[in-house]
Design a protein around this ligand. Structure first.
Ligand code: FE2
Length: 342
């Protein structure tokens, strides 16, 4: 009799263990990404694993606020951004946990990794210069710093300084060249603006096509998106500009890049599913989907960029520790305010 009771209680203990450790068949993402390719990826993941992907979309700061407010009760498993700086910020606020998965670390390029292990890259992008093929001799282009030359007066197009891509670029300049050089760069560049900053990256390219300026600072994948668009006007805009990677000289830093990356939420209720999704998104097949749908560069070095992107050639990346983009963010915003970059 005793033995039977012991047996039954063992079963009860075991089943209650299973109950408490069992994850749901869901995963909750807080994502800043705003591209069509993401839905495609999550659908493929759901099909392969049966794990349902729920997405909350907002900008990175809003998502960080939400994670903070929800605290231990947050349903979030993963925090996805288009900026390593915001991942660094989330880590600094103790909202993330370390990611341990040999598969993920094998999948991604060593240059793009978080040195502290709190986030992983899924794609990267370069902030490049595009120029009017009709009006600019590419031989005159060299560095971000060169854009402040007087010869580009009234010719430079760029979006507002409130934009995260510009803030990350300026953070990289502060990190690489110091506050004074960054301050001079921003204030001198403003003097060369073709118009007050407005619109998104694609709008800057369209403004070149319309003759409103000759050069623009944009993220690389937008050119791929324009060239592969179904809209004739967008294709025309994409074709009217050439792609130039700045800072390629031997002594120079390389072109500024940033990652789109994922942090594992500190209290992720579905941690195992979250790791599975990160492994999936860095796998060769998902990386091909990214490169061929959103024209970003793959974080997985075994995957080639899309044909359109490959035609621009390879380039030297700025291999700054990308966490620095978060460390110098407030400084960059302060410099922008002083520089008059709206
Ligand atoms: Fe974007």
């Amino acid at each position: 009799m005793k033995r039977v009771i012991l047996f039954i209680s063992t079963i009860l203990v075991l089943s209650s263990c299973v109950e408490t450790t069992k994850e749901s068949d869901e995963i909750n993402l807080y994502s800043q990404r705003h591209y069509k390719v993401d839905e495609k990826q999550y659908e493929a993941f759901e099909k392969e694993t049966g794990i349902k992907v729920n997405v909350v979309k907002a900008n990175a700061d809003e998502l960080i606020e939400r994670l903070k407010n929800e605290g231990d009760n947050s349903p979030a498993d993963l925090f996805i951004t288009v900026d390593a700086g915001k991942l660094q910020k989330a880590k600094d606020l103790d909202l993330l946990q370390k990611i341990s998965s040999p598969i993920i670390y094998q999948n991604v390029d060593i240059d793009l990794k978080d040195v502290n292990g709190y986030w992983i890259p899924i794609t990267y992008r370069a902030r490049i210069i595009v120029y009017s093929k009709d009006r600019v001799d590419v031989g005159e282009l060299s560095t971000y710093a060169n854009l402040t030359d007087k010869k580009w007066k009234n010719k430079v197009l760029v979006r507002s300084s409130s934009n995260a891509y510009n803030q990350a670029l300026l953070s990289s300049i502060v990190a690489n060249r110091g506050e004074e050089a960054a301050t001079n760069w921003a204030s001198e560049l403003v003097k060369n603006f073709a118009r007050d900053p407005k619109g998104n990256d694609r709008d800057q390219v369209k403004a070149i096509t319309a003759g409103q300026g000759d050069l623009a600072i944009v993220n690389s994948y937008y050119i791929g998106l324009l060239l592969s668009s179904e809209n004739d006007e967008e294709i025309k805009a994409g074709n009217s500009v050439g792609v130039f990677f700045p800072n390629q000289g031997e002594e120079e830093s390389g072109s500024h890049i940033n990652v789109s990356g994922i942090g594992l939420a500190k209290n992720a209720p579905n941690k195992e599913n979250a790791i599975k999704l990160m492994e999936f998104l860095t796998s060769e097949s998902a990386q091909k989907t990214y490169t061929n749908t959103s024209y970003e560069y793959p974080a997985n070095p075994n995957v080639e960029p899309n044909e359109i992107v490959k035609k621009w050639g390879s380039f030297k990346k700025d291999i700054l520790d990308l966490n620095q983009l978060g460390v110098f963010r407030n400084k960059a915003i302060e410099i922008f305010d002083k520089s008059g970059w709206k």
